[in-house]
Design a protein around this ligand. Structure first.
Ligand SMILES: O=C(O)CCC(=O)C(=O)O
Ligand SMILES: [Fe+2]
Length: 376
């Protein structure tokens, strides 16, 4: 029998099972000799499975990403108008361009960037990018011909020196329920300008996915809603050598970073004076759970039998994942925000999967019940 000293506290996110073969080179689909448009050389696909990431320096056509830039300009304009009409800001800052305007809005209404991050509708340009046939051809090299978009996609609104968009070390599975722990869910991280060390590009811990295990995370990091993975834990559980294995991933405009969902990664602080906009989009095979707590399903994009299918975007967009996550987590009797449109907090079920080492304005609305794993 375990003595009190030997008892360890366990959290729902922590599981002992490991699934290396779901994520390592054994999971690489057979590569056909004849390449479809956009497909990458086999050594790059191999690198994805062996190292957990691969940088594709040049992939998109200029007009594909320029369309996303224009869509973001519209989103920022809509946000400015909403804040102005709601008397939260006194100036629309129309004279500033895509890489500065939100920073000025943010100064007058701190958290404006979070409102934009939370808005869950896909602009047409984002839909086109996510289901871009050349991009899906690459995804096919990673997971095979049956492809579903994962419900967690993000527009990163990384204004300069902003804690809320400086994402600490994590494995993406740590945000999902345990059904995702044995599902390969590749992410394409796509910057909308040259992303580099100064403006807060990504870093990965090479080969940290090879154990096939989700390490112990904690919640929440600083004043944010993010889970965090300590470097010591990364070294201990995932065999990462934090001196040698941390890889900076600068990505030029037009390129992308492909990451494995078990690779530890983070984004650096943006110490430039421009906003580091990026999109992260995920996919997986449709015959596995997306692991998103039944809050929102994936979106089918392609099957072997029907590679050119029509994607049902409206059905996907009809569920707002942030609203679903928040209503699941808030105290029943918590006073509703004055106007939910201006609520700059984020909550989600990942907050009850890990030890809550730090509470902040995002976690204050959680019911005790939702934090009661220790009573189980
Ligand atoms: O863009 C960032 O700052 C973080 C991105 C990230 O964690 C992801 O794409 O999974
Ligand atoms: Fe991530």
């Amino acid at each position: 029998m375990a003595t009190d000293m030997e008892k360890t506290t366990s959290y729902p996110g922590a599981v002992e099972e490991t699934y290396p073969e779901v994520f390592n080179i054994k999971a690489m689909p057979a590569q056909s000799l004849e390449k479809k448009p956009g497909q990458l050389p086999e050594d790059m696909i191999k690198q994805y499975f062996e190292e957990g990431y691969v940088i594709v320096d040049s992939f998109f056509k200029k007009e594909e990403l320029d369309a996303c830039r224009e869509a973001i300009e519209v989103l920022v304009d809509d946000l400015a108008n909403m804040l102005f009409t709601g008397k939260k800001i006194k100036n629309l800052y129309k004279e500033y361009g895509l890489f500065e305007r939100l920073t000025h809005i943010e100064k007058e209404f701190p958290g404006a960037n979070i409102l934009l991050h939370k808005q869950g509708k896909l602009s047409q340009a984002f839909r086109d990018l996510w289901s871009n046939p050349r991009l899906l051809n690459v995804v096919e090299q990673l997971i095979g011909p049956d492809i579903m978009g994962h419900p967690v996609w993000n527009l990163r609104t990384k204004t300069p020196q902003n804690e809320a968009t400086t994402v600490p070390w994590h494995q993406d599975c740590a945000y999902l329920d345990s059904r995702s722990y044995n599902v390969l869910q590749p992410t394409a991280w796509i910057p909308l300008l040259d992303a580099n060390e100064k403006n807060g590009c990504m870093q990965v811990a090479k080969r940290g996915h090879l154990k096939g295990k989700v390490a112990t995370h904690q919640c929440c990091w600083g004043g944010t809603w993010y889970v965090q993975l300590e470097e010591d834990e990364m070294a201990k559980t995932l065999d990462v050598d934090v001196k040698k294995d941390i890889q900076l991933c600068p990505i030029p405009y037009g390129g992308m970073l492909l990451i494995n969902n078990l690779i530890p990664h983070r984004s650096l602080a943006n110490v430039s004076d421009q906003i580091r906009w990026s999109l992260d989009l995920r996919w997986q095979r449709p015959d596995h759970s997306v692991g998103f707590y039944e809050l929102k399903d994936g979106i089918l994009m392609r099957t072997k039998e029907n590679p050119d299918m029509k994607v049902d975007w409206d059905a996907f967009d009809s569920v707002d994942r942030h609203t679903a996550a928040t209503s699941e987590m808030q105290k029943d009797n918590f006073p509703e925000a004055d106007d939910p449109k201006f609520d700059t907090t984020i909550q989600g079920p990942w907050m009850r999967r890990w030890e809550m080492v730090h509470m902040n304005r995002h976690t204050d609305v959680l019911s005790d019940d939702k934090l009661s794993w220790h009573k189980n």
